[in-house]
Ligand binder design. Structure first.
Ligand SMILES: Cc1cc2nc3c(=O)[nH]c(=O)nc-3n(C[C@H](O)[C@H](O)[C@H](O)COP(=O)(O)O)c2cc1C
Length: 309
């Protein structure tokens, strides 16, 4: 009997839906699946109040952990043949609940020396978050064997508008009746079961060496070079902001909220003014960067970690 643990955090349920579809083919094998949903001690309210949405930025980006409820004893007792770790990105970084789990003794005891498959479901900007994830997994001596990224496939600026509507209203529907639905499409969620077969085979043969290659053949990861560039630039700018904001007080403190509001305006400026400039630079430097983009595509699709990227 093979044991699989699915660890996840999801506010809207989108990620859980994806994970359940993904593991559905595993149920036909001699495989037992356990779930652990991470529940923060101070839950993040959903739908978000605008202020809270921006106020969690410093702790999220700086990867400062917070408390969460431990799993039941039963979950902690077993040694898993595979851990599937479902996460979402908050500010170009694995979300606070997931980061907190990975930095905890519980995370370490569950994942140490275990093969781990990461599944990210987010708007579209996950590449640097996955690099951070790779480092967190190395730190707790877990072995990353596969990665699947499901995203909103609409163009960047449309998905910014629609995800704001979803996060602030709690409704995954068409904003104003004219925008597309936000998040991962119903089709991609439904078809996530296609990834179950290669996962099951790797698990049953106890050989994960070809798993990522097999997942890639099924479209597990799509690398958009423009988003790679934006994500990198975004991390540089976010680092300056986060280090500045964290000095202004704890979450919710008035002295900090004043700055959080300025950050909110800055983000709008970054999305609607800086990002289009980055796009023009991206187009102008497309040819000289072509080789590098090819290498990026291979690297970011892989489960390898190179510190000098
Ligand atoms: C505070 C916050 C920040 C977010 N930042 C990003 C981001 O940087 N990149 C991205 O692709 N998605 C981002 N998202 C979208 C999430 O990754 C995710 O798609 C959404 O929260 C739904 O996930 P869930 O229901 O599984 O929790 C953000 C969401 C929240 C709430």
């Amino acid at each position: 009997m093979k044991e699989v643990l699915v660890v996840y955090y999801s506010q809207t349920g989108q990620l859980l839906h994806i994970l359940e579809n993904m593991v559905s083919p595993l149920k036909q094998g001699n495989i037992r699946i356990s779930y652990y949903s991470i529940v923060p001690k101070d839950p993040y309210e959903f739908p978000w109040k605008k202020e809270n949405f921006f106020d969690c930025f410093p702790e999220s980006f700086l990867q400062i952990p917070s408390g969460f409820h431990p799993p039941e004893e039963e979950i902690l007792k077993k040694e898993y043949d595979l851990v599937i770790l479902g996460y979402q990105v908050w500010y170009l970084t694995p979300s606070i609940p997931i980061n907190s789990f990975l930095r905890s003794d519980i995370g370490k005891s569950l994942l140490k020396n275990r093969p781990v498959l990461t599944v990210v479901a987010c708007r579209n900007m996950w590449i640097q978050a996955q690099e951070k994830m790779k480092r967190l997994l190395v730190k707790i001596e877990a072995k990353l064997v596969g990665h699947i990224a499901l995203v909103d496939r609409h163009i960047n600026h449309i998905s910014v508008i629609t995800i704001s509507h979803w996060m602030l209203s709690g409704r995954k529907d068409r904003y104003l009746g004219i925008f597309p639905k936000p998040g991962v499409s119903d089709k991609d969620i439904r078809e996530a079961d296609k990834f179950g077969e290669p996962i099951k085979n790797a698990l049953l043969f106890d050989d994960f060496s070809d798993l990522q290659e097999n997942l890639l053949k099924l479209g597990a990861v799509h690398i958009n070079p423009y988003l790679v560039l934006t994500d990198k630039r975004g991390n540089i700018l976010f680092s300056k902001w986060a280090n500045h904001l964290i000095k202004k007080g704890g979450a919710g403190e008035p002295s900090r909220l004043k700055w959080i509001r300025i950050f909110n305006y800055y983000l709008l400026f970054a999305i609607w003014v800086i990002a289009p400039i980055v796009f023009i630079v991206f187009l102008l430097t497309y040819l000289p960067r072509y080789q590098r983009m090819k290498e990026d595509k291979a690297y970011y699709s892989s489960v390898a970690l190179k510190e000098n990227r």
